[in-house]
Ligand binder design. Structure first.
Ligand SMILES: [Zn+2]
Length: 143
């Protein structure tokens, strides 16, 4: 009962306070409609073959690569981003989304990570997501 109640609060908050990112998540969910979907601790998880992980409000998107529990660890990390969405609400896309996209996609940062052995999770958005995911779910996240 308590679990159902907390999931309901989680969903309501993601659809109101986190509405911007949840709306983007709905579009990406529809785009991914043929993929595998399931509930993950109140969020809606979709597995795709072409991504590492993305979190948009109520929706998380993870790799379908299940080797060595990889997908579950990514899901814990992405769930951490959904907690950031609950904390930051309308600021999530600016404070977390934009820096993450730049950090993930810009060739300059890809080269820096590769050549200087900098972890992807060294950026504040990423290690904060790991911390929150592990704190709430009591499971190991990606590192
Ligand atoms: Zn991340």
């Amino acid at each position: 009962m308590l679990k159902t109640f907390s999931y309901a609060i989680y969903v309501i908050l993601q659809c109101t306070w986190g509405a911007f990112q949840t709306l983007l998540g709905i579009f990406y969910f529809i785009y991914s409609i043929r993929c595998k979907h399931y509930f993950y601790h109140g969020s809606i998880c979709t597995e795709r073959s072409d991504i590492g992980g993305v979190s948009l409000g109520l929706f998380i998107f993870v790799s379908d690569n299940h080797k060595d529990g990889f997908s579950e660890k990514i899901a814990v990390h992405e769930f951490g981003h959904t907690i950031q969405s609950l904390i930051l609400g309308p600021l999530y896309l600016i404070v977390i989304g934009l820096p993450s996209i730049i950090w993930c996609g810009l060739p300059f940062f890809k080269k820096m990570r590769r050549e200087k052995s900098v972890s992807y999770y060294d950026l504040y958005t990423e290690h904060w997501a790991n911390h929150l995911g592990e704190l709430v779910l009591k499971k190991e996240s990606a590192a």
